[in-house]
Design a protein around this ligand. Structure first.
Ligand SMILES: [Zn+2]
Length: 99
């Protein structure tokens, strides 16, 4: 999972805190008691993914000083949860430096 932020060159040089809007997921409640693959495939709440969209969240992300155009920042476990109750993924944010 990746996302993107845009920075002014001055922010890239000095570092910045920028808002980052993400879609949050949660484990599908209809699948919470599943114990076989057949039920997962039959779930219409989450279309068999085992997770549903919960909300939109805006996080504040600290961009380190001196970051370059095209660099990626890793945010630990801010990605979507894995399918079928797996651990959350890390989220990668690509930084674009533009005027
Ligand atoms: Zn489900």
């Amino acid at each position: 999972m990746t996302s993107e932020v845009r920075l002014h060159p001055n922010e890239a040089t000095d570092g910045a805190v920028v808002p980052l809007r993400l879609t949050a997921h949660e484990t599908c409640p209809a699948c919470a008691t599943r114990d076989d693959e057949t039920r997962v495939l039959a779930c219409t709440t989450c279309e068999g993914e085992g997770r549903i969209v919960r909300d939109q969240h805006t996080y504040k992300v600290r961009i380190p000083a001196g970051i370059k155009n095209g660099q990626k920042i890793r945010l630990r476990e801010l990605g979507a949860p894995g399918k079928h109750g797996g651990a959350p993924a890390d989220l990668y944010v690509t930084v674009h430096v533009t005027n």
